[in-house]
Write a protein that binds this ligand. Structure first.
Ligand SMILES: Nc1ncnc2c1ncn2[C@@H]1O[C@H](COP(=O)(O)OP(=O)(O)O)[C@@H](O)[C@H]1O
Ligand SMILES: O=C(CO)[C@@H](O)[C@H](O)COP(=O)(O)O
Length: 479
């Protein structure tokens, strides 16, 4: 790894499957050390993860960075959005966190939307119509199913809040980007909404202070001998992982991003506060003071990898042609809003090959994301602007070619791999230098990488998938 010129900062990505840490040179953006450690996520009815394990993974990822982490001057955490972390009076988790992809809270979300004025009112006031992923629905689920856990809760946090709190100590903070995915932070007023909190019986005193963009969350007190960071390291506000990636790309309004990770997301930065009553677009805030309209699917890389495993194929062993259509809703789905759906495979013939079925899985996953692309972009966005492709899946040729064929747009694949961790690093760098974190990332050249030229959009495949989705009707609603 290259020698450092400037001060060093640490950027952390605590996502669904793992924690990744990068030590980055503020002067050049060079990654001088990195580490990664996995998380355990439950399978079955729900999706839960132990916050203590995330902190262990953070310590382990930092330890892999060796001496570089011990020389860092600032740190920041980007975390998976929406997860409900409940802490007791001593700051310990009351129970495992309920994650963004846990669909058990779908009935609570529907009830809340109906009780508080319907989708238009939610979109106008909160920027989003909450589904099962939103923290408010998870809290309502917990109150209904585990009232003892709710009674034992002295603090409510999001995943990045929890880790930021473990690093900085103190009473706890969050930021506008991650707060905007809770369903109790109103984008209209940029503050916690007492009416919705009252409705779900959550005392606002249990929530963290929302620090302003550029404000510090504190400094590492140096009381954890197993944390390989020096005492006094500044801790930046941190944010949700998608908002962190937007920082890491130095994103300007109108440039679309498609992220292929555990979740699939499509988003853009906007100067206008989003308010989509259809619920397709979540009207998140970004980490700088703008907005981040975003659509998210539950079934992306893990679902396609699972189909490849079922077929006994390598994930790249796709074949063109055929009539197979696959809706890969293995975990239920969020976009479209079908929390109880399961996967659907149709259009099989005697000559259908396994490779064609695998290609159909990629097509189904990408179709859901591209369907939301026009909704996240402002009317003035330039349609010739290349789509930025990021996340673990962006490294795969089958993913790249599927996005290219179904979008009809040019696709840029940044060489920089960990955009969430880089965005957190840029936020930490901004805290040190006073620069805008997105400008830091642009200075680092994080979007540099090959551009795949646009090809003609495969309208026939898109229409076939839309037709199957419409025709599947009640099949997709059942448990
Ligand atoms: N070379 C690759 N080709 C295609 N997919 C990949 C490749 N490497 C990793 N992936 C996929 O990326 C996923 C992880 O993406 P990542 O963005 O790191 O996850 P997370 O959303 O949890 O941060 C894995 O589940 C895997 O399917
Ligand atoms: O719920 C959302 C966005 O609203 C997800 O994007 C989560 O933030 C999880 O992200 P990854 O683990 O896939 O990065």
């Amino acid at each position: 790894m290259p020698a450092a010129e400037g001060p060093l900062v640490v950027g952390v990505d605590s996502s669904t499957q793992s924690t990744k840490a990068l030590v980055v040179d503020v002067a050049t953006g060079a990654v001088v050390a990195s580490g990664q450690a996995p998380h355990t996520v439950t399978s079955g009815a729900g999706r839960e993860s132990d916050p203590e394990e995330w902190y262990g993974a953070l310590r382990s990822a930092l330890a892999q960075c060796g001496d570089a982490a011990r020389r860092a001057a600032a740190v920041s955490v980007g975390g998976q959005q929406h997860g409900l972390v409940t802490l007791d009076a001593r700051g310990r988790p009351v129970r495992p966190a309920l994650l963004w992809n846990d669909v058990r809270s779908a009935p609570q979300a529907r009830r809340l939307v109906a009780e508080l004025g319907g989708p238009e009112e939610w979109a106008e006031r909160f920027g989003s119509v909450p589904g099962a992923s939103f923290t408010v629905a998870k809290w309502a689920w917990l109150a209904e199913h585990e009232p003892d856990a709710v009674r034992a809760t002295a603090a409510v946090r999001l995943p990045h809040d929890y880790l930021t709190g473990r690093l900085a100590g103190g009473p706890g903070t969050t930021d506008r980007g991650d707060a905007s995915g809770t369903g109790w932070w109103a984008s209209r007023t940029e503050s916690y909404d007492e009416e919705v909190l009252g409705r779900v019986g959550l005392d606002p005193a249990l929530l963290p202070r929302v620090v302003a963009p550029g404000e510090t969350a504190g400094a590492v007190p140096g009381n954890d001998p197993e944390l390989p960071l020096p005492e006094g390291v500044l801790v930046a506000a941190g944010t949700g992982d998608n908002a962190a990636a937007a920082l890491g790309l130095g994103l300007l309004p109108g440039t679309p991003v498609l992220s292929l990770g555990t979740s699939g997301t499509v988003y853009a930065v906007s100067r206008h506060r989003p308010a989509d009553p259809s619920g397709v677009v979540a009207g998140f805030a970004d980490a700088r003071g703008d907005w981040l309209p975003l659509a998210c699917t539950l079934n992306c890389t893990l679902a396609v990898d699972r189909i490849a495993a079922l077929l006994g194929l390598d994930r790249e062993a796709v074949e063109p042609g055929g009539t197979a259509t696959l809706l890969p809703y293995l975990d239920g789905e969020r976009t479209p809003d079908l929390p109880n759906a399961s996967g659907v495979l149709t259009g099989l013939r005697h000559d259908t090959t396994g490779g064609q079925v695998l290609q159909a899985a990629y097509d189904g996953a990408v179709h859901a994301l591209l369907g939301a692309l026009d909704h996240v972009l402002d009317a003035d966005a330039d349609p010739t602007e290349p789509l930025l492709l990021i996340g673990g899946g962006a490294r795969g040729s089958a993913w790249q070619q599927t996005v290219r064929r179904l979008s009809g747009r040019a696709v840029r694949v940044p060489r920089a791999r960990e955009l969430v961790a880089l965005g957190a690093a840029a936020q930490a760098a901004g805290l040190l230098t006073g620069e805008d974190p997105a400008a830091v990332a642009r200075r680092w050249g994080t979007t540099e990488g090959p551009v795949l030229e646009a090809v003609e959009r495969d309208e026939a495949a898109l229409e076939r998938i839309s037709g199957v989705r419409e025709g599947a009707g009640r099949l997709l609603e059942g448990a």
